[in-house]
Design a protein around this ligand. Sequence first.
Ligand code: SF4
Length: 242
Amino acid sequence: MLKGAIHSIETFGSVDGPGVRFLIFLKGCNMRCRYCHNVDTWDGKSEDMRSVEELLDMAERYRAYWGKDGGITVSGGEALLQIDFLLELFKEAKKRGMNTCLDTSAQPYTTEEPFYSKFVELMDYTDTVLLDLKHIDSEEHKKLTGHPNENILECARYLSERNIPVWIRHVLVPGVTDDDVYLKQLRAFIDTLQNVDRVEVLPYHTFGEYKWEELGIPYTLKGVEPPTEERVKNAKTILGCK
Ligand code: SF4
């Protein structure tokens, strides 16, 4: 039986998708975002391996709190790196009548096989996608994450064609992702999409910095402070957050 490599589980999430949610964080990520607060998810190996049934049986225990909007959210790390497991998980979740939400950076997205067909099928079982757009400019994206963004924007366009409800999320880092010119470009891109339910600005914070130190990885945003309220407000206005 296929098992997922788990990083952690949160039983009551209230910000990662609609309503109250059971959150599953999977291991593994190819991106190297300079602000990552979950560096301990990068390595895909986990001692905590769990089956679909095990996870969903656990989620069922919290179902009474979900109301009509809540359900399960799978995040990471990058959940799409375990797409076979994810597909089984969401298929089974839908059989059980659960609302499903995928939180992703879309970095693994490609129209090449075998990934593409699996992704197409996964979207048959996905109610909402939380899509992190880290930088609208591909060169800047690469500097920030180690990867270009063309395939990520392609994924956003595909989700729009499929009319899968999406929340766009943008982490605001002073001097790195808060330039008005790029924020306006990001908004212009969002305007080309038909399926965006929400746009969120996530202010950069340093809560995960200690994990970099623990793992002996140099933290290149040392000294960068969280954005001021004014800069957050500015970004929200430009991006049209409600
Ligand atoms: S995509 Fe997420 S988990 Fe991966 S490096 Fe970026 S912030 Fe960290």
